[in-house]
Write a protein that binds this ligand. Sequence first.
Ligand code: ZN
Length: 217
Amino acid sequence: MVVLDPGHNGGNAAHPDLINRQVPAGFGQTKACNTTGTATDRGYTEHAFNWDVTQRVRRILTARGVTVLLTRRDDVGVGPCVNERAAIGNRARAAAVVSIHADGHPGGHGFHVIEAARPPAGAAVAAAAHRLAAAVHDRYAAEAGFAPSTYVGSNGYDPRTDLAGLNLSSQPAIFIECGNMRDADDAARMTSAAGRQRVAQAIADGILRYLALTPPR
Ligand code: ZN
């Protein structure tokens, strides 16, 4: 079982009351339930990109016999909250949890993979999460058409301690920021269906490589 977590949701912007409430984010932190995400300068939204790429990854994995569960059922709802997204992967005892996002940084371009800087679930899960991160990072760098980030982290990796989806996961979990929507070249690739298919194929290839390396748990 692989859980794919398309970041944000299309109804979030219309429901600030729901998404702004604070929820547990791990290690004593709290965070907003959910956020609206970013968009390209021409208005293509991150939640729509995340949803579309997730559908494409799901189709590729399903065709290869992998069972896939998503954290939301469409792109017009609200949430779920970040702690609930983590709980979905935990309840499924997912072999891998991949949160799919795009960044909105002013300046710079490229992708990055986010790992838990404080792994919450023991050495074996942390090692599996790192294998997942490396597999997705390497396939993405080779296939997706995006350079490693020029503005955050190091060589396309950015360990963080503030993400509920990582801090609250008992399963191997990563985030991928597929590109920078505020960069014109990245945005052009993300706005095109062919570009998103390339992104999805790279993510799916990384997940498949990880699954081949990692015995079922
Ligand atoms: Zn996002």
